[in-house]
Write a protein that binds this ligand. Structure first.
Ligand code: NAP
Length: 291
């Protein structure tokens, strides 16, 4: 029997409704909920990402502003803008759009964002707070994968969970979120021995690897919940259009789908929920500032 699909679009819509209510409540107290993005140079992908963020922010009533600095701006100019946004009470959250042009080091700029406004949850302060079980703005993709899991309604406490991947923005924070929910967590990575056997022991399988369709059916225990963060562009194998591409996950969906109890599709799973988590972090940051 095929698994139950975890519908990321429907879940994101549900979260958007909740955020809209929270934004409305803040506005009723004359509070501004502002998401501010900093973009340096003319990267087309970053511009289009910013446009998509602006559209989503608008649907929940968040004021989105894009601050564009010209190509050739130096680190001091970007740092000065960050400082200004940190000090502005109308700014609830700050996003640093990547990539940055040559000569500007994201690892030096990102830490300048105040932890209370780091709505992407990528700074060390939020990472540390999450690890210590304190209130934190969690990294959006890890939070989105965790929301997908929670949406199944299963009791996570005591379950055996495997996270494949240990990146700072997905794998590690995801393991911390699972641990905070009292799962028994095993973190796997490229040096893990006998990965299929490790994963087969899990009731919850969270995958963030970046290798298309790596997790085949033989990895999945019957009835496991599978959440696939992977977003990989591969050939669509269209003989009429050899250049055509499509997006697939790190999980071989067709095989895992007949073993799992619940599974996220790619696309349409974790992806749409990630944007919702960015907006949720923004309203959370605004509420904390209002307090
Ligand atoms: P990353 O930083 O490249 O980390 C990949 C992790 O996978 C590493 O820990 C690596 O292990 C592990 N790994 C690589 N090959 C492996 C193998 N053969 N067996 C076991 N583990 C292996 O990637 P990421 O940032 O976590 O992203 C992973 C995927 O998620 C990508 O497809 C990315 O596009 C996608 N993603 C999606 C969203 C979204 O919004 N949906 C957001 C971010 C990322 P080592 O540490 O040992 O090298």
């Amino acid at each position: 029997m095929p698994a139950q699909l975890i519908d990321g679009k429907a879940l994101a819509e549900h979260i958007h409704n909740d955020i809209t209510q929270r934004v409305t409540a803040l506005k009723a107290q004359s509070r501004v909920v502002g998401l501010h993005a900093v973009l340096v140079g003319d990267d087309a992908a970053a511009e289009s990402y910013a446009q998509s963020q602006a559209k989503h922010a608008g649907t929940v009533g968040i004021d989105y502003q894009l601050h564009k600095l010209p190509d050739g701006s130096d680190e001091a100019a970007v740092a000065a803008l960050m400082q200004k946004l940190n000090n502005d009470p109308a700014v609830s959250g700050i996003i640093l759009q990547l990539p940055l042009p040559d000569g500007i080091d994201a690892d030096r700029i990102q830490p300048l964002i105040a932890a209370s406004k780091d709505v992407e949850g990528v700074g060390a302060a939020n990472f540390g707070a999450l690890a210590m079980g304190r209130p934190a703005l969690a990294p959006c993709t890890a939070a989105a994968a965790f929301e997908c899991l929670k949406s199944t309604g299963i009791d996570i406490s005591g379950k055996r969970a495997v996270v494949i991947g240990r990146s700072n923005i997905v794998g590690k924070p995801l393991a911390m979120l699972l641990l905070a929910a009292n799962a028994t967590v095993t973190q796997c990575h490229s040096r893990t021995r006998d990965l299929p056997a490790m994963v087969r022991a899990a009731e919850i399988v969270m995958v963030s690897v970046g290798v298309p369709r790596m997790v085949t059916g033989e990895f999945i225990a019957p009835g496991a919940i599978v959440v696939d963060v992977g977003t990989n562009r591969v050939s669509a194998n269209d003989p009429e259009n050899p250049k055509k591409k499509k997006t697939v996950g790190d999980v071989l969906f067709e095989e895992a789908n007949v073993k799992a109890s619940h599974i996220t599709p790619v696309p349409g799973g974790v992806g749409p929920v990630t944007v919702a988590m960015l907006l949720q972090n923004t309203v959370t940051a605004a509420e904390r500032m209002a307090e």
